[in-house]
Design a protein around this ligand. Sequence first.
Ligand code: HEM
Length: 137
Amino acid sequence: MLEALAAYYPQIKDVHVGAVTASGVLFLARGIGVQAGARWAMLKPVRITSYVIDTILLIAAGLLTAILQQYPFVDGWLTAKVLWLLVYIGLGTFALKRGRTPRTRRTCFVAALAVYAFIVSIAIAHDPRGVLSWWGA
Ligand code: HEM
């Protein structure tokens, strides 16, 4: 079963990276929408689209880890990804919904985007230090 799936590793990775991109672009657009007071950003179809994209992202991620046999809480870079993902989700909910003031929502939005970029750098570096590892940190 896993061996059969392994043949599709490049395609599954494309799905993962495609979903990562779609998720980031949608979050960026919704965050800007919320900042501008636009109603569409929190409408049900938009929220559902976001859940669907993130579910695809995580299913593909799970398949990749199974094929690579590298797992969160075993391999440092994947542990870091999961932990930073939780931070990203937390900041994201404050940026879009839970932040009480526009200032809190704005701060959380910018911080969430920074965390997103950092997760991408962890993925590319295969290193929990992400972009910091490129400078030998
Ligand atoms: C916690 C859930 C996640 C897991 C378990 C996971 C796992 C993986 C795995 C196993 C790969 C394949 C690495 C390779 O073949 O070189 C990968 C690639 C990638 N992931 Fe994730 N991922 C997760 C979430 C995310 C998130 C939230 C982002 C972005 C914010 C992201 C961005 C990327 C990128 C950009 C790549 C491609 C890296 C490259 O081409 O070098 N991942 N991920």
